[in-house]
Design a binder for this molecule. Sequence first.
Ligand SMILES: Cc1ncc(C[n+]2csc(CCOP(=O)(O)OP(=O)(O)O)c2C)c(N)n1
Ligand SMILES: [Mg+2]
Length: 364
Amino acid sequence: MPHLPIDLPFTRYLDAAGQVVRELPAWAADGQLLVRLYRQMVLTRLFDQKAVALQRTGRIGTYAPTLGQEAIGVAIGSLMQPRDVLVPYYRDTAVQLLRGVSMREIFLYWGGDERGSAYASPAAAEDFPLCVPIATQALHACGVATAFKVRGEHRVAVTTCGDGATSKGDFLEALNVAGAWQLPVLFVVNNNQWAISTPRRIQSGAPSLAQKAIGAGFAGEQVDGNDIIAVYDRLQVALERARQGKGPHLLECISYRLGDHTTADDATRYRSAEEVKQAWLAEPIRRLQRYLADQGLWDEQQEQALITECQAQLQEAVDGFEQTPAQDWSSVLEHVYAQWPAALAEQREWLAERAARAAGGEHE
Ligand SMILES: Cc1ncc(C[n+]2csc(CCOP(=O)(O)OP(=O)(O)O)c2C)c(N)n1
Ligand SMILES: [Mg+2]
C-alpha cells in the first residue's frame, strides 16, 4: 500500500496494562467519574452476554455484540447532552443505554418488535433508530445538523459507524456536506479492524480513516478506542467545538471486535485465534480496572457487588421483555409509508389472510 503520511494526532493515556503513558487530563482527577465510566462498561458487557444468550435460546432474532468496544459507546453516551441527537448504527448498545433507552426496548428491537425503537426516555426521544444499511445514517445526521444550524440551536448530531462504512459513498458524501456547510456534526468511526470478514488492511488504501475528513475540509484524529480516558477527552473537545458552531469533526477510535460480527456470524472462519488472543490483551475494561485498583478506587468486593446489581437489572429487563405481548402482524408494515402504495395492496391482503388462517389454527 503506498504510504502517504498525513500527520494526525493519536491520543492514548492508559496503555493496555492500565499504566499512565502521558499526563492525564485535568478532568481525570475525578475518580468518581472514572468509576461511573467503568461501571457502565461492565453493565454494557453483561448486557451483551445476556443478549447473545437470548439469541442462542431463540428468544431474539439477532444481535450485534459490543464486546471489546465498550469504551467508545460509554464515552459518547456519557458526554452527549440530552438535547443532542444520536444517529447510531447497529453496534451502539452502550450509547443507547446512556441515552436512557431501556434494556427492555433494546431487547424488543432485536426481537423484531417496532416498539423497541419508540424510546420512552426524553433524552432519546429525538434519537434515530439503529441504522442497519451501512453508512446511510451519516447523511441523516447531516440533515439533523443542518436543521440545528438553520434554527440557530446549539445542539450536536452525533453519528457512529464502522471502519467498513467509511468506504461507502454515503459516508464520503456526508463528510463533504458537513465540511461545505460547517455543520454541527460529529462522526465517530468505530475502527474495530473488521467489516464482517474484510480486514481493515484491505478496506482502504488510506493510512488512517481519520484523514478522510481532511479532504472534506475539517479535522480528523485518532484515539486508542480501548482507552476510555482518551476517547472521552477528545470527544469532549470535539463536541464542545461543534456546539459553539466551530464545525464538524471526525474521531477514529481504534479498537477491536472481540466477538463475532453478529450472532449470525462465525468469525473463526476468517481470523486466527492468535489474533483474537492478542486483541484481548488490549481490551478496555481490564485496563481501566487496573488503573482504578492502583488508585485505590476499585476492589474485588466492589466488582462482585456491581456484577450482582447488573444481573438483577438485566433479569428484570428480560422478564419485562418476555412478558410483553407480541405485536400484531401488521406492525411490520407500519411506519414505512405515509400512504400505503396501491402496488403493494395485494401483498398486504395476502399477509392479512395468512395471519387470519394462522390465528384460526390452520397451518400451511
Ligand atoms: C448498504 C449495505 N451493504 C451491505 C450490508 C451488509 N453488512 C452488514 S454489516 C457490514 C460490515 C460493516 O462493517 P463496519 O462498517 O466495519 O462495521 P462493524 O460491523 O465492524 O462495526 C456489511 C457489509 C448492509 N447492512 N448494508
Ligand atoms: Mg468494523
